[in-house]
Design a binder for this molecule. Structure first.
Ligand SMILES: Cc1cc2nc3c(=O)[nH]c(=O)nc-3n(C[C@H](O)[C@H](O)[C@H](O)COP(=O)(O)O)c2cc1C
Length: 201
């Protein structure tokens, strides 16, 4: 955390301290309904060009994680029929790594004047707000992806509409004590001021 961080600002302190927690370091208890409600409320504060409200979240926990594992293994078997039994078992076990998996989707409207990338940006900004809100409630999370996100059969199995995109698997739970706290780069390498056309000469 930068030395200049204003300690009196808890929202900023939380933002500056956030780090992903590897799925294998997420423990019980996972976020309950109240925590998920707050996190989704935070997601709905993301900037939203056109007010299209593209955010769609599906929560998978308990026994349903094993059912999701079957969906993932079936998907892999279809997409890569040569997959070994070990590889399929690995895919099947993925959702069991954390107490809760939140499937982050986006309802997209390709015909709308707001470009699809902006709609996706709104949905992705919502995912980040959701993760920050989980973090603020003492819940760790990590945003993972996989080819299964682009499988229409997976989408359908999870109850998403055909026009929805799946943006990621958000694994959530109580962070293990030895969770990583990565050192971040200094911000000054990532911003600069532009003072007019002469700056580009
Ligand atoms: C859209 C998206 C997809 C991601 N997919 C993966 C993934 O499949 N596997 C992975 O190890 N990290 C993935 N990441 C990165 C992790 O979520 C995380 O950012 C990374 O482990 C670094 O941790 P940090 O967030 O604390 O910097 C993804 C991030 C984003 C935004």
């Amino acid at each position: 955390m930068p030395d200049t961080m204003p300690a009196f600002n808890p929202a900023l302190a939380a933002l500056l301290a956030r780090a992903s927690v590897p799925a294998r370091m997420l423990r019980d208890p996972g976020p309950d309904d109240a925590a998920i409600d707050l996190a989704v409320a935070a997601a709905l504060r993301a900037p939203d060009h056109g007010g299209l409200r593209p955010w769609r979240f599906v929560v998978v926990r308990g026994e349903a994680r094993a059912a999701l594992g079957e969906v993932l293994a079936d998907s892999l078997a279809r997409r890569a029929p040569d997959s070994s039994p070990d590889r399929l078992a690995l895919e099947r076990a993925k959702p069991l790594r954390a107490p809760v998996v939140i499937v982050a989707g986006a309802a997209l409207r390709p015909q709308h004047p707001v470009p699809v990338w902006e709609q996706e940006a709104t949905a992705a900004a919502g995912v980040m707000n959701l993760m920050n809100a989980l973090d603020a409630q003492g819940q760790g999370a990590i945003w993972l992806s996989s080819a299964a996100l682009r499988d229409d059969a997976v989408k359908a199995a999870l109850g998403f509409a055909a026009g929805d995109a799946l943006l990621g698997w958000i694994y959530a739970g109580t962070p293990a004590a030895d969770r990583p706290r990565p050192v971040r780069p200094a911000p000054d390498g990532f911003w600069r001021e532009w003072r007019g056309a002469d700056d580009m000469a």
